[in-house]
Design a protein around this ligand. Structure first.
Ligand code: THU
Length: 135
């Protein structure tokens, strides 16, 4: 992906982060996804007093796109932003959701608070993934 597009996607993930509803962890996360047609969707982590009901930022963004009518495998790239010293890795539930809705080679941009960006991919995050192909 063009550097300008990556920078923009990362910026979207950073900018949405203040909307995070995270009173229990105080750990704000923002995510942004670009679709193959250029549309952008964002999401934040949304926590719940019943902790297991929490939704991560990545899933919020992906589920918003699917709710808007996008089909699986139409996501071009994902960016994640937290206020972490190290690159923020998506949780394993989000990784499995990425497997369902992305291609293995879909780039995932992880960020850290000093502004550095690490590019990985869905396959990089989930090697040997269980997918619809295995059903
Ligand atoms: N969280 C995310 O939203 N995305 C990640 O990649 C890691 C974790 C959220 C879930 C919870 O609200 C908080 O961060 C602490 O785990």
């Amino acid at each position: 992906m063009k550097q300008e597009k990556i920078d923009n996607l990362v910026e979207e993930a950073i900018n949405i982060k203040p909307n995070s509803y995270s009173p229990y962890s105080n750990f704000r996360v923002g995510a942004a996804i670009e679709m193959n047609d250029g549309e952008l969707f964002t999401g934040v982590n949304i926590e719940n007093v019943s902790f297991g009901a929490t939704n991560c930022a990545e899933r919020s963004a992906i589920f918003t796109a699917i709710s808007q009518g996008y089909q699986p495998k139409t996501i071009k790239a994902i960016a994640v932003s937290g206020d972490t010293d190290e690159f923020l890795p998506p949780c394993s539930i989000c990784r499995q959701v990425m497997v369902e809705f992305c291609e293995p080679e879909t780039p995932v941009y992880l960020t850290r608070k000093d502004g550095k960006v690490l590019e990985t991919s869905v396959e990089g995050l989930v090697p040997f993934a269980f997918s619809t192909m295995d059903m």
